[in-house]
Design a protein around this ligand. Structure first.
Ligand SMILES: [Zn+2]
Length: 253
């Protein structure tokens, strides 16, 4: 077959593009490395230090064991954990603002530089917080109300003892609107409002766990995973409506 000049140019161009795409894919591979430590698969930038990868892995295993022993709660399947050395790269990949040190999305954990998080004194807390989101997401098939999801993640990762009610206890509806953080929503939430929101969510989670036990709370989560309505499961397992529970939390002891 005789090739016209035009199609030969086209093929050459395609070949060059193909080569350059291939070269990019190789460059991407060489910029990251994987450490398999079941059930975790750590994917880190080349620039992330080996000691940082090790400390993240150790923290993950430590909390996996603790949550398993205490509450019999373990993840299903392989858990992907991405670690970035650069904040801008983390923001680019996740679409999240730099203020979030870590995020759970698309069934994966994403972490900013462990050294940076350690300097802020938040490495362990962020890892376990995002890990709890993963467990909740798996149990509920992504159907957990935001206030309960964030509340449990903060309660388990930061404070598990008795909690005094915060000065301002926000309603779950208010919390759900504050916790929506899709960048395209364009909503800007002040950091003091967000802090207050986390304190409220944490308080509700603490009250739920302390009054009814984590296993009853998990039964509600498990029903959410089966598409059973939240309010109905809440009433069924805890013997009161969500509204009654919230009202009881609003009353000062
Ligand atoms: Zn969270």
């Amino acid at each position: 077959m005789i090739m016209s000049h035009a199609s030969s140019t086209f093929l050459t161009l395609l070949f060059c593009l193909g080569l350059s795409l291939f070269a990019d894919a190789e460059a991407n591979d060489s910029r990251s490395r994987q450490v398999h430590s079941p059930p975790f698969l750590i994917i880190a930038d080349r620039a992330v230090r080996q000691t940082s990868i090790e400390s993240v892995t150790n923290i993950l295993h430590h909390y996996r064991k603790q949550v398993k022993e205490e509450w019999g709660w373990t993840p299903h399947g392989e858990v992907f954990v991405h670690i970035f050395s650069e904040t801008w790269h983390y923001c680019q990949e996740t679409g999240q603002p730099w203020e979030f040190g870590g995020i759970y999305q698309d069934q994966r954990l994403y972490l900013q530089s462990p050294e940076l998080l350690e300097k802020r004194g938040r490495l362990k807390e962020i890892i376990v917080h995002e890990y709890i989101h993963l467990l909740i997401d798996q149990e509920t098939s992504g159907n957990c109300p935001l206030w309960l999801n964030e509340g449990l993640a903060v309660f388990i990762s930061e404070h598990r003892g008795d909690l005094a009610p915060p000065d301002l206890l926000m309603t779950p509806t208010c919390l759900d609107s504050l916790f929506i953080r899709e960048p395209e929503s364009g909503e800007i939430v002040s950091s003091s409002d967000l802090k207050q929101a986390y304190l409220s969510a944490q308080y509700y989670a603490a009250q739920l766990v302390q009054r009814y036990g984590i296993q009853n709370v998990r039964k509600i989560l498990s029903n959410l995973g089966k598409d059973i309505e939240f309010d109905a499961s809440f009433q069924h397992f805890l013997g009161q409506s969500v509204e009654e529970f919230i009202n009881s939390c609003q009353k000062r002891p």
